[in-house]
Write a protein that binds this ligand. Structure first.
Ligand code: KG4
Ligand code: ZN
Length: 338
């Protein structure tokens, strides 16, 4: 079976063709980063308009690269939510219109399920069950994954998402949007021991996160410090260390609580090298395993939507012509796939 995947939930247009026998056949990505850079964040109206411009040409390109004609497709998956409503509407309108024209089913995919299943695109896939740490620009959550579509949210951020904290702190350090990867790069030049950031919400039980305090702590630290590059690198180092440490403490707690030894990290922040290294070290000590997607599938992309869509398509979980975007959509309300 073969499926086309369409991702337009935020500031990336991602398109992919996935075949359940041959794997990923093509994948196209257009990032709107430059469009939003001047504003220091995503401007929803501009994002929607750019998706309108890019979605169909990228679909054409992905279909050509995959040597796939509409007749070869068994379905079309689009990100139905959560995300920016105007941006989601582009993918859902295009996806459902093409499915109607080509007389094939359409599948509405949950963006975070896409992230969660992205490691399944790799050669070494995690078996169920596992604990998933989903850390992106819009969400931070720990999920107990019993099987496909069997998700229990163990904890989530009560304020900023991990990626959002990276981006906001990066902005305070004068870095461009989205600053997460730039802050990580700057932190590589940082020296340990100069600054000590708090580890929010680790001194009390529970698996929720809070990252907005780190941003405030960073603002105060920057205000009281010199503004040369080495000082900024030292601050970036200490900030990153605090986020990684906090995520590690919560993951360890979630693994203990569930009795599991398998951890999946996904979402944009899972591209962070220090986070990956720290989690690998931790899982080695715990005699467990950690899985994450390749860099291209950590941040938003069409491949993860095509993959998740394929699983739902096989289970007959398709949407009808009246399906619309679902900007707020709790992950644990999804039906199981069995
Ligand atoms: O998953 P994603 O592409 O979009 C959402 O669904 O939100 O995640 C984007 C987020 C941004 O906040 C970005 O700064 C962060 O992931 N990010 C990183 C790194 N690469 C991307 N944060 C820290 N270190 C990185 N290397
Ligand atoms: Zn995402």
């Amino acid at each position: 079976m073969r499926i086309l995947g369409i991702e337009t939930s935020c500031d990336e247009t991602g398109i992919a063709v996935y075949d359940d026998q041959q794997g990923l056949l093509s994948h196209e990505l257009y990032s709107q980063v430059k469009l939003h850079a001047d504003y220091g964040g995503v401007v929803p109206e501009l994002a929607s308009r750019d998706h309108v411009r890019k979605t169909l040409p990228l679909i054409e390109k992905a279909m050509q690269d995959a040597k796939t004609s509409p007749r070869d497709l068994d379905g079309i998956a689009f990100t139905q939510g959560p995300g920016l409503v105007g941006a989601l509407l582009v993918g859902s309108s295009v996806g459902r219109a093409l499915a109607f024209a080509w007389d094939i089913p359409a599948v509405g995919v949950h963006h975070m399920e896409g992230h969660l299943l992205a490691p399944m695109l790799e050669k070494e896939k995690p078996d169920f069950p596992f604990v998933a740490l989903l850390v992106s620009g819009g969400h931070s959550m720990l999920v107990k994954v019993a099987g496909l579509g069997r998700y229990e949210v163990l904890g989530e951020s009560i304020d900023d998402a991990a990626g959002e904290a990276f981006d906001k702190t990066a902005k305070l350090l004068g870095l461009d949007y989205p600053g997460g990867p730039l802050l990580a790069k700057l932190a590589e030049k940082g020296e340990p021991g100069h600054y000590q950031f708090p580890r929010p919400m680790t001194d009390r039980p529970g698996l929720d996160f809070s990252f907005s305090g780190l941003k405030t702590f960073a603002a105060n630290t920057i205000r009281g410090a010199k503004s040369d590059e080495q000082t900024h690198a030292n601050i970036a180092y200490a900030f990153e260390e605090a986020v990684v440490d906090t995520l590690m403490i919560k993951c360890r707690r979630a693994l203990k609580q569930t009795g599991m030894k398998r951890l999946v990290i996904a979402g944009g922040v899972s591209a962070n090298k220090r986070l990956r290294a720290a989690m690998e070290g931790m899982m080695k000590k715990l005699h467990g395993e950690v899985y994450y997607p390749s860099l291209a599938y950590c941040t938003d992309n069409g491949a993860m939507i095509a993959y998740a869509g394929m699983q739902r398509l096989k289970a007959g979980q398709t949407v009808d012509l009246s399906a619309t975007a679902n900007p707020r959509w709790p992950l644990d309300t999804l039906p199981a796939v069995d």
